[in-house]
Design a protein around this ligand. Structure first.
Ligand SMILES: Nc1ncnc2c1ncn2[C@@H]1O[C@H](COP(=O)(O)OP(=O)(O)OP(=O)(O)O)[C@@H](O)[C@H]1O
Ligand SMILES: [Mg+2]
Length: 368
């Protein structure tokens, strides 16, 4: 890596953010707290991050001219979602450092590359088989057995592009239902894990290689979408240490400068299996905004700018509840709750399952 790329990006510099969603919005807020300005590259001025960013470029990720003028106006780039065309990220990288970089994205954008990378490190995952095309699904299903989960290899989020496969499932239909295609790089078939708990760890890594992380948290999904997070997770001390070790190993091996969120299952035997990773802020880290001195968003800014990472220690325990779709209409309830820390993302349409905001509640710090 060019040494130039490792110099500190001082407060006052301009941070480019690819993507305009709520993760970008909260990154803009954290960047502004440290004296940075932001330039958001997204698809509409109405997007949550665009609403509050000093500069905004509204253009397609394929628009080279816009990418070039964006890249030449900023000091560093990060991203708030992973499904950005790899070639666009590589193009931006020829002008300005992107953290995390395109090499990391090429792994984490694709569930097959991601699972291979993780299992090559001898970290446990669900059993999986690559399914490049529909014709491979029959043999894969026979090998993995039922139940199993068919997932598009790329482009999935919030459980989209996933189909549960049972003994009697029509595999042809399941393939169609998943939406797998050459555009999604085919699919992956995973054995279904009857897990006891879902947990996650968010780690941060700076330009000098220093690594830190938040306590493991426990996640509760409704209809495949994160509904609530409890910090810390109700797991054993040994499991907590192991989960943190896995997250640190992955962020180092992937050579991430920025954040890595690691989603894990705890199976009935108490083993930890990695489900997936995200090289960006993560919904299960929103509790850090009020419960820690440094939120996950500030940690991202510190990491990509080469600043000291600071302390990720929590000051209190926390519960985070996502406001999904019409739940946002109860906003008066949350605003009148004296203990609620309320965050709304400024989205206009409360479509079903859409993440409209979240609420954090703090409680005294437990000994865990
Ligand atoms: N192999 C599996 N066995 C059991 N449950 C699974 C498996 N894979 C996924 N799930 C369930 O589906 C949820 C969503 O899956 P996953 O995290 O892989 O997809 P995603 O679309 O990227 O979701 P998100 O955006 O919420 O992280 C998981 O949190 C888990 O509850
Ligand atoms: Mg997930």
């Amino acid at each position: 890596m060019n040494n130039n790329f490792l110099k500190e990006i001082e407060p006052g510099s301009i941070i480019g953010i690819l993507g305009g969603g709520q993760l970008g919005r909260m990154t803009v807020e954290a960047a502004s707290k440290l004296g940075y300005q932001c330039h958001v590259f997204c698809q509409s001025e109405e997007e949550p991050a665009a609403q509050i960013s000093r500069k905004v470029t509204v253009a397609s990720f394929e628009d080279q001219k816009s990418l070039e003028s964006f890249a030449s106006s900023i000091d560093i780039v990060t991203l708030e979602f992973e499904n950005i065309p790899l070639d666009s990220v590589k193009f931006i990288e020829s002008f300005v450092p992107v953290r995390p970089n395109s090499k990391i994205l090429s792994i984490v954008q694709n569930r097959i590359n991601e699972k291979k990378f993780i299992s090559n490190l001898n970290i446990k995952t669900a059993p999986f088989i690559e399914v490049p095309e529909k014709s491979f699904l029959f043999e894969a299903a026979a090998q993995i057995g039922a139940p199993a989960v068919l997932k598009t290899a790329s482009m999935g989020y919030d459980g989209k592009g996933q189909v549960l496969i049972n003994k009697n499932t029509d595999l042809e239909l399941a393939w169609e239902e998943s939406g797998a295609s050459p555009k999604t790089n085919g699919a992956i078939l995973e054995g279904f894990i009857s897990f006891k708990k879902e947990i996650s760890v968010i780690a941060g890594r700076s330009t000098d290689g220093s690594v830190t992380s938040y306590v493991p948290v426990e996640n509760f999904h409704v209809d495949h979408i994160l509904d609530q997070t409890l910090a810390p997770a109700n797991i054993t001390h040994k499991q907590s240490i192991q989960a943190i070790e896995i997250a640190h190993q992955l962020i180092i091996e992937l050579d991430v400068v920025g954040l890595l969120a690691v989603e894990m299952f705890i199976n009935t035997g108490g083993d930890i299996l990695v489900n997936e990773v995200a090289a960006r802020p993560h919904n299960s880290g929103h509790w850090t905004i009020e419960a820690c001195n440094i939120s996950q968003f500030e940690l991202l800014v510190r990491a990509i700018c080469g600043l000291p990472l600071g302390s990720t220690e929590r000051n209190s325990d926390a519960r985070m509840k996502n406001l999904l779709g019409e739940e946002i209409n109860r906003y008066h309830d949350f605003l009148t709750d004296p203990s609620a820390h309320v965050h709304f993302y400024g989205k206009s349409e409360a479509k079903s399952g859409r993440k409209m905001g979240h609420v954090n509640w703090l409680s005294p710090k437990s000994i865990k």
